[in-house]
Design a binder for this molecule. Structure first.
Ligand code: ACO
Ligand code: OAA
Length: 374
């Protein structure tokens, strides 16, 4: 290459393979997604979220004894220190719950004397602690915004049930718990998405796991990534009634505006996780009398497909499903964090085990070199 030749620019790193991973495989041609070799649909049908977390971190599904131990450790780590709960309580009412979650993880790093211990075993333990305590933080913040006191974690309840109980003061019907748990499993991991890549970049400098997760949370917050599940529901509320949906969608497309919850960088013919989450959403809607949102969902999906061929991504069905479960819209992306913490940390551990500083190149397009005062 001569000095003047312009190298090929891969804007947004689209299509660039930057490293290997043994954690998950996305195959857009067949719309498939596997975690450690297991189809995500299979995991969603047969496994608990705790089993999937163990799988992502350890490479294999747990035996009965391993699961028992793992579940015990998770339950033992759910309590948030008084200082952490006080920090959450002091966060401005106007801030987004993702800011609370990001701050809480940063605080956990600051108070961990072993923050710099990046050994894989130490990082697996820290990952489990973060996974266990995050629901306590998210639920306490959810209740605070309703003027309610936090509910302590209940070690007799599974991960999903306990979170729902801490938010709403009771465990909902099993249909709702199942749909919620399915969403956690589907959200857990998705190869080199933007937030996971951010976590890997931080890890590649030999920084600590809390810093990497904090960066990942900040990355997930954006509406082109995890924040889309909230945007979907804001849009649906703006649409109001199913009869307005087609015109609303056509207007957005005519103005060349992005419709949140549609499209994907990797899947061009549909997101592998949508059929499973769509079914979970339909189950929740049937159970809660949410037919109107199902009709609106179908009209939006059909209109978008007819006009552009662009298909929904996972954030499209999770938005209305979480809404019907009773969550405030601003809690949707923090729930994504509660799940994706497992995938992020699996990648942080993998990056640490085979590290190379991540530092791409750029093509300079500014003014040529000049002298001060010339
Ligand atoms: C869990 C997740 O993070 S899933 C993703 C969640 N994000 C969203 O739902 C946000 C909405 N979707 C989008 O913005 C995009 O589809 C992305 C960012 C997710 C992926 O997009 P990219 O691969 O970068 O493709 P890009 O944004 O360039 O889109 C390609 C074309 O499809 C169009 N397109 C893609 N998605 C959408 C959409 N949601 N609404 C309208 N048009 C869209 C673009 O306008 C563009 O059209 P053009 O070629 O005429 O300019
Ligand atoms: O893979 C991506 O780019 C975004 C996504 O679907 C995810 O992170 O789950």
């Amino acid at each position: 290459m001569t000095d003047t030749a312009i190298p090929t620019i891969y804007k947004g790193l689209a299509g660039v393979v930057v490293d290997t991973t043994a954690i998950s495989k996305v195959v857009p041609e067949t719309n498939s997604l596997t975690y450690r070799g297991y189809a995500v649909q299979d995991l969603a049908e047969h496994c608990s979220f705790e089993q999937v977390a163990f799988l992502l971190w350890n490479g294999e599904l747990p035996t009965e004894t391993e699961l028992e131990q793992f579940v015990q450790q998770e339950r033992a780590n759910r309590r948030a220190d008084r200082s952490l709960l006080q920090l959450v309580a002091k966060m401005p009412d106007s801030c987004h719950p993702m800011d609370v979650v990001r701050t809480a993880i940063s605080y956990l790093g600051a108070e961990d004397p072993q923050e710099w211990d990046n050994d894989a075993k130490a990082n697996r333990e820290k990952s489990l602690r973060m996974m266990a305590v995050l629901p306590t933080i998210v639920a306490a913040d959810h209740r605070r915004r309703h003027g309610q006191d936090p509910i302590a974690p209940d070690s007799n309840l599974g991960f999903a049930e306990n979170f729902l109980n801490m938010c709403f003061g009771k465990v909902p019907d099993k249909e709702i718990v199942k749909a919620f748990e399915v969403s956690l499993i589907l959200y857990a991991e998705h190869s080199f998405n933007a937030s996971t890549f951010a976590a890997r970049v931080v890890t590649s400098t030999l920084s600590d796991i809390y810093s990497a997760v904090t960066a990942a949370i900040g990355t997930l917050k954006g509406p082109l990534h995890g924040g889309a599940n909230e945007a979907v529901m804001h849009d649906m509320i703006e649409i109001g009634e199913p009869e307005n949906a087609e015109e609303w969608m056509r207007g957005k497309l005519a103005r060349k505006e992005k419709v949140m919850g549609f499209g994907h960088r990797v899947y061009k013919n549909g997101d592998s996780r949508v059929p499973t989450m769509r079914k979970a959403f339909l189950d929740v809607a049937e159970h809660t009398g949410g037919d109107k949102w199902v009709t609106m969902y179908e009209i939006l999906e059909r209109t978008m497909n007819d006009a552009t061929g662009i298909k929904p991504n996972l954030d499209f069905p999770t938005g209305p499903a979480y809404y019907l479960m009773g969550f405030d819209i601003e809690v949707f992306t923090p729930i994504f964090v509660m799940s994706r913490i497992t995938g992020w940390t699996a990648h942080i551990i993998e990056q640490g085990e085979s590290n190379a500083l991540i530092r791409p190149l750029s093509e300079y397009t500014g003014v040529p070199q000049r002298a001060v005062g010339a």
